[in-house]
Design a protein around this ligand. Structure first.
Ligand SMILES: CNC(=O)c1cccc(C)c1Nc1nc(N2CCN(c3ccccc3Cl)CC2)nc(N2CSC[C@H]2C(=O)NC)n1
Length: 183
């Protein structure tokens, strides 16, 4: 099972690389990696297992975080209806997004960052994500709220982007506020 020692930390070069697309259909090895990532999230969210194996809780994980530079992400969280959203994806892409942005008031945490980095991380409020599941199905998800933020955080990892790279942007929009619209 994956534990915290398998998760690479900021400073490791793999976190700053562009991850390679997974050749489709995914191999058994690719599927095993995705299963291990999802199992980590399940274990990290189980108080007993997390305690026993000293796991930090997470709701998302990207393959580069376990030093696998491939476009594979796992997300396990609840949506605004408190429904479980458990999605593993190969080659995820944001195919459209709202102009509107949002952010987590308490900032974002990352399993590869062993420090608290406070600050507003601007994210699209709503996104449409397309990717391939372990069953080889191409799926499209329309997401908003916390799940949308988690997917953006994980897809950023596939591009070598860390959440704190985005913290300065919000000032930019204050610096260059949109001119008032002609009514
Ligand atoms: C610095 N301030 C903060 O971290 C922060 C601080 C307060 C609130 C929020 C909301 C914050 N932000 C934040 N909280 C989370 N968790 C909330 C707790 N939860 C969890 C905890 C215990 C058991 C089970 C679970 Cl499920 C695990 C997930 N997760 C993320 N992120 C950013 S997107 C990827 C995702 C991730 O999995 N990170 C490891 N951000």
């Amino acid at each position: 099972m994956l534990t915290m020692k398998d998760i690479i930390k900021e400073g490791h070069p793999t976190l700053r690389k562009e991850a390679a697309a997974v050749t489709l259909p995914p191999t058994d090895e690719d599927k095993k990696i995705l299963k291990q990532m999802m199992d980590f999230l399940v274990h990290s969210q189980d108080p007993e297992i997390a305690e026993e194996h000293d796991l930090r809780p997470g709701v998302g994980l990207a393959a580069p975080q376990i030093n696998v530079s491939k476009q594979i992400i796992a997300v396990r969280t609840t949506d605004h209806n408190d429904e479980l959203l458990e999605v593993g994806m190969f080659n995820p892409k944001i195919i459209s997004h709202s102009a509107e942005t949002t952010f987590l008031e308490n900032g974002e945490g990352c399993l590869s960052v062993d420090r608290e980095v406070n600050g507003i991380v601007p994210r699209y409020s709503r996104i449409k994500v397309e990717g391939v599941t372990s069953e080889g199905q191409t799926i499209t998800l329309r997401l908003k709220g916390f799940p949308a933020i988690v997917f953006q955080h994980e897809i950023d990892h596939l591009k070598g982007i860390m959440f704190y790279d985005r913290i300065e942007e919000i000032e930019d929009s204050f610096k260059y506020p949109l001119p008032p619209r002609e009514v």
